[in-house]
Write a protein that binds this ligand. Structure first.
Ligand code: F6R
Length: 365
């Protein structure tokens, strides 16, 4: 049932404040302002020397975001790879290490094969899954559930933000267990997480503006998506979402990589979408935007208004986000990124719920 939405994808984008809120409530002790995992860990996070993450597609980008959080909040080195590479490369894994697999369906063939490989190598397996009865959930030592509810649209939206919510909570829980996250810092971060669903609801309100931008984006044959830090995985996700439902060629890049090649592509016809919350690397991203602007590039900025004003660049459009502490910005900024893809595809008359050549669950290699 699509409710009063035209597509399941629209419904699922709009549901996110609610399902992310529900997922967070499952992993947080709201009154104490602390993380509270709804399961016992069968290993001691303090003893981990490395975490390996593997997944495919959008779930991989959730995992890539988690790498930043786990390294920063839990001070544990994280290795991550797409499952179709990981499963074949005979990676040596540390004794008693942890493998985190991320999967909405819990049935993705390459992700499952990676899980089985890691198990053979003596790893503990923690899966972040949306389908509790799935093969991946059943074969894991711990299944950390995303409470997104059934996701019908082929393009993943609410499962992604719920994966981010769970992974953020895990990073904080591991930080505490490893003795590297002081209680006051945990409480500050948890209160930021508690504000995320409300901020997502505000982000949804940018929809009419994003819808207006869609006509101009729909004319592009190529789009570049840039981000730094935790906005980098989101740039990759933005490009994936745009190509899978609008069929516009889009590429995500780490903003700092621009000058190492892709800057050659910049001209007046290619939109460059930049995700730049006001975080520690914001100033660096501004220099990258100046490089684009100096070459006549068209920049669409997704940032708070202060970031937009401070940059003193003539933007083609600004999706103005509510200012927020930056740590968990990707969960909120995912909303405009999804809406940009959605409205561009709808403007072009594409079947957003059933994009060509794609299946919801990829159970073949
Ligand atoms: C993109 C998308 C895919 C999936 C990928 C993994 O919108 O839906 O990239 O994220 O096929 O699927 P799961 O999460 O079911 O393992």
């Amino acid at each position: 049932d699509k409710g009063n939405h035209r597509h399941f994808m629209a419904k699922e984008i709009h549901e996110q404040p609610e399902v992310v809120g529900r997922t967070l409530a499952h992993y947080l002790d709201m009154s104490a302002g602390r993380v509270r995992l709804p399961f016992e860990l069968p290993f001691d996070p303090a003893e981990l020397t490395r975490i390996t993450i593997t997944a495919c597609g959008t779930a991989y980008y959730a995992g890539l975001t988690a790498k930043y959080w786990l390294e920063k909040f839990a001070r544990v080195p994280v290795e991550i790879d797409v499952a179709s590479e990981f499963r074949y490369r005979e990676a040596p894994l540390p004794k008693g290490g942890l493998m985190i697999v991320v999967s909405q369906s819990g049935e993705t063939a390459d992700t499952l094969a990676s899980l089985r490989y890691a198990k053979e190598q003596g790893q503990h397996i923690l899966s972040v899954v949306n389908v509790p009865t799935s093969t991946i959930a059943r074969e894991s030592d711990v299944a950390a559930l995303t409470l997104a509810g059934p996701e019908i649209g082929v393009a993943s939206t609410k499962a992604f933000t719920c994966q981010l919510a769970v992974l953020a909570c895990l990073a904080l829980a591991f930080g505490r267990a490893r003795g590297v996250l002081p209680e006051a810092e945990e409480q500050r971060l948890v209160s930021n997480l508690i504000n995320v669903p409300g901020l997502m609801a505000e982000a949804v309100k940018r929809e009419p503006h994003i819808e207006q931008m869609a006509g101009s984006l729909a004319k592009a044959t190529d789009v570049l998506y840039l981000g730094r830090g935790t906005s980098f995985p989101l740039a990759l996700e933005g490009a994936l979402k745009l190509k899978e439902i609008s069929y516009i060629h889009a590429e995500g890049y780490a903003a700092g990589e621009l000058k190492h090649g892709p800057i050659a592509l910049i001209d007046e016809s290619m939109p460059v979408i930049v995700i730049a919350p006001h975080d520690a690397v914001y100033e660096k991203t501004v220099s990258n935007m100046q490089e684009v602007s100096a070459r006549g590039g068209r920049i669409i900025l997704v940032a708070d208004q202060r970031s937009a004003d401070d940059a003193s660049i003539a933007f083609e459009a600004v999706v103005a986000m509510t200012p927020m502490p930056s740590e968990f910005a990707p969960i909120v900024y995912a909303v405009p990124v999804q809406l940009i893809a959605y409205h561009t595809a709808v403007f072009m008359g594409k079947d957003v719920d059933q994009p060509r050549n794609l299946a919801k669950s990829v159970t073949v290699e």
